[in-house]
Every structure is written in structure tokens, then in C-alpha cells.
Design a protein around this ligand. Structure first.
Ligand SMILES: Cc1cc2nc3c(=O)[nH]c(=O)nc-3n(C[C@H](O)[C@H](O)[C@H](O)COP(=O)(O)O)c2cc1C
Ligand SMILES: [Fe+2]
Ligand SMILES: [Fe+2]
Length: 402
């Protein structure tokens, strides 16, 4: 039985969901799976926009067949040549041998690096702004390099104002029957997963996302169809565009403090808990404490993108920064995190390294302000140094008033 869904007259969602998948890219935990969206436009010509991951091929083919019925497929637009969307291109070419594949020069190059069928014979290369008419629908192509990968492009359907946005505006999380963001309580759960998806998957490419947003400015957009997550329409379009604008400019969504610590024997943790308590007593709201050895970095990174302030606290380990903290900071640096207020707490027993390395890594990031005087604990924080923690709490709570 198929689950295809007409999202707009003659435009169908034919994707699927994988709830069994443990981790996206074998790295990011998925507590509620992921959706692989694909769309089919029925007109004088039929056009499929992207395919799906290998894990859901059977469901996918059933959906396509249910919409096409006895018609053939004329076009397959490949907006993104990453395997989570391309695993079924060969299957489509086998089933519909006359299909023309639309992409750019890099699309073909990447296809040939991953797969073995001869795509060149089917290939129709498009350039920036080029249009292809399906009859009453017209597809226009805009290149969106590095809005995840170099070959990415988006397809704008000009007559209905539908943007097929590749990975942009996507989210983790499988869809539960409701395909549209306005049909679910988006803020309660899905937004966190959209942010975790954006920041970890696309986070590094803020300037490229900004370039895409500029390109789209002025285009009437009635619907945004991403390759993951819900479809955006109505008021939810400005909702997600506003989030993307903030995330891609590395501007915090709100004031608040993420306290990310590492600790083996609980002493660094103890100092962080005392700091959080002192901050709460100073009226600081919306704090999030994370043990970097326990919580997957993708969640911590997502919250660091959300909030204005962050405290990193870590012991020294074998003359280095404790590795999970080292890894978190390097990942944040690769993701180009910037514009945050950072406070630092190190810990050591015989020779300090953690605080120095954390300071260097944070200083290597763009526009990061160190708030308060960093504290280097000697094994455990004693009463005689409580005033340092108080001063740090004062500085952090002051910085939240700016
Ligand atoms: C395997 C191991 C290696 C460590 N290496 C260092 C080190 O190189 N230099 C140092 O000053 N302390 C080192 N320490 C001590 C930690 O920094 C110590 O755990 C910390 O001072 C106390 O904080 P905690 O209770 O939060 O773990 C090491 C501890 C462990 C368990
Ligand atoms: Fe991707
Ligand atoms: Fe993707």
C-alpha cells in the first residue's frame, strides 16, 4: 500500500521514512528516525525531484508507481548528489529507460564516482537560471554550492512558487502522516531537531546559506519542499526563513547559558554545578548543563548555536585537554561557530594543560568574547577560591544584560 500524498494540485510527495536508522551519517543519533522526501510533478511531462536512501527503496518505488500509474517518467531532477538522496537513481533509470536526468556538471561527475550505470546518455545539464517547462509547470534552477555539498542546486517551480530546496530547511525526525510543518506542534519538539540538523550538517556553510537566501529574495515562495523533515507553507515559511537567517549568520536565537563540562571524578562537575546555582541566584534563566562524555556533541552544538553564552569546563588529561572536550571544541570550530560569549574553567592536579588548550581553541574562533576571568582549579575547588566563582557568575550575568 502506498503513502503518496498530493501536496499541491498535481504535485505529490512520494518519499518515505526510516525509523530503524540509528545514526544519520553514522554519526548523529536519531531518536525518531529521519524522512527522505522526494516529489513528483504530474503535467504534460512528469518530473521527479530527487530520490531517497537505499533503506526505503521498496516503499519509495511503490509511491512513485501509485502516482505515475501507466505513465512514464520524463525527468528526474537531481538537486543533491549525496547517497541519502541518490541511492535510487539507478533503479529509476532501469525502470524508466527514457528518463532524462537534470543536474549540473558536478552532479554528473559525482554520479560517476559513486555509481556505475551510464548516466551521461540520460543527462541534461542545466545552468544557473535555466528553465524547463513541463507543460503548465516550469522548473527554474539555481545553484546552491556548499549548501551541504558543492553540486547542490535548488529547483524553483515558477508558476506555483514552490521551492524544492535540497537539504536546506530540512530536519531530523521521521514524519508521522502530517507532512506540513503547520500541522504539527513545531516548537515543542521539531524545532530542536531542525536546529540540530542544520547546525551539525550545514552549520559550517553559513555564508553559502546566506548567498542562497539572497538569491531567493524577492521570489514569491508559497511552499518550501526540503529533502528532510516537514514541508513549509503559509506562516511557517517566514518562521523557518527567520531561523535560517539567524543560524547562518551565527546569531544566537536567545539569551541563555550552555554549561558544557568534562569530569572524571566529579570535581570539575562540582564547580560547574556551583556556578549554575550562583547564576540562577543572580536571576539567569534558561541554562543547559551537559556532560560532554555523556551527551552526544550534536545536541550540545545545537544548543550552543541557540544560546548567547557558553561555559566550557574540563580537566587536564595526560598533559592534554580531556579528549571529548577537545573534540567538541574542534567540531565547533569546523562548524564556524562565532559571536558567542565564552567562560572557561580548567582543572589539573600536577601540570595544567586543559585551560590553555581551551583558550587557544576558543581564540581561534571568530568573534568569541571571553567573559570573566578563567579559573584553573587544582583538583577540587576549595572555599578559599569561591570568590573567583562568584566573580565569574557576576561577569556572566552582567554579560547577559547587554
Ligand atoms: C588518566 C588521567 C590522566 C590525567 N592526566 C593529568 C595531567 O596530565 N595533568 C594534570 O594536571 N592532571 C591530570 N589528571 C588529573 C585530572 O586533571 C583530575 O581528574 C582533575 O584534576 C580532577 O577533576 P575531575 O574530578 O573533574 O576529574 C589526570 C587524570 C587521569 C584520570
Ligand atoms: Fe546532504
Ligand atoms: Fe540529505
Amino acid at each position: 500500500m502506498n503513502s503518496a500524498y498530493e501536496i499541491h494540485p498535481n504535485v505529490y510527495w512520494v518519499g518515505g521514512n526510516d525509523r530503524r536508522i540509528e545514526r544519520f551519517e553514522n554519526m548523529f543519533p536519531l531518536t525518531n528516525g529521519v524522512a527522505y522526501n522526494s516529489y513528483l510533478i504530474m503535467d504534460e511531462k512528469t518530473a521527479l525531484l530527487d530520490t531517497v536512501d537505499a533503506a526505503i527503496s521498496a516503499e519509495y518505488i511503490e509511491n512513485i508507481k501509485s502516482v505515475l500509474q501507466d505513465r512514464t517518467l520524463d525527468y528526474l531532477v537531481v538537486n543533491h548528489m549525496e547517497p541519502d538522496h541518490c541511492a535510487n537513481i539507478e533503479e529509476i533509470m532501469r525502470r524508466y529507460p527514457s528518463v532524462q536526468i537534470i543536474g549540473n556538471a558536478k552532479t554528473l561527475q559525482f554520479f560517476n564516482q559513486y555509481y556505475t550505470m551510464n548516466m551521461a546518455d540520460h543527462f541534461l545539464e542545466v545552468k544557473e537560471g535555466q528553465e524547463i517547462s513541463l507543460g503548465s509547470h516550469v522548473l527554474r534552477f539555481y545553484m546552491a554550492p556548499m549548501v551541504h555539498w558543492p553540486e547542490v542546486m535548488v529547483t524553483y517551480e515558477t508558476t506555483r512558487g514552490i521551492l524544492f530546496a535540497a537539504d536546506a530547511f530540512g530536519a531530523f525526525g521521521a514524519l508521522s502522516g502530517n507532512l506540513f510543518a503547520d500541522e504539527v506542534d513545531y516548537d515543542s519538539y521539531f524545532l530542536d531537531e531542525a536546529r540540530r540538523y542544520y547546525t551539525n550538517i550545514v552549520g559550517r556553510y553559513g555564508s553559502q546559506v546566506q548567498a542562497l537566501l539572497k538569491k531567493l529574495e524577492g521570489l514569491p515562495i508559497n511552499m518550501i519542499c526540503s529533502l528532510h523533515g516537514h514541508i513549509w507553507r503559509g506562516e511557517m515559511i517566514s518562521y523557518i526563513l527567520d531561523k535560517y537567517d539567524k543560524w547562518s549568520r551565527y546569531i544566537p536565537e536567545k539569551k541563555g547559558v550552555v554549561l558544557a563540562y568534562a569530569s572524571m571524578y566529579g570535581n570539575t562537575e562540582n564547580a560547574v554545578l556551583a556556578l549554575a546555582s550562583k547564576l540562577a541566584k543572580r536571576g539567569v534563566k534558561d541554562m543547559r548543563i551537559y556532560d560532554v562524555s555523556k551527551t552526544h556533541p550534536s545536541y550540545i552544538i545545537s544548543d550552543i548555536f541557540k544560546y548567547s553564552n557558553v561555559v566550557f569546563a574540563s580537566p587536564t588529561y595526560n598533559m592534554h585537554l580531556y579528549f571529548p572536550m577537545d573534540s567538541l571544541l574542534r567540531e565547533l570550530s569546523v562548524l564556524n561557530i562565532s559571536n558567542r560569549k565564552v567562560s572557561l574553567i580548567g582543572n589539573h592536579t600536577w601540570s595544567s594543560a586543559a585551560l590553555k588548550t581551551m583558550t587557544e581553541l576558543v581564540n581561534g574562533m571568530k568573534n568569541m568574547e571571553i567573559v570573566g576571568t578563567p579559573i584553573d582549579i587544582k583538583s577540587s575547588l576549595r572555599e578559599d577560591r569561591e570568590h573567583e566563582l562568584d566573580a565569574l557568575a557576576d561577569a556572566i550575568s552582567e554579560s547577559l544584560k547587554d
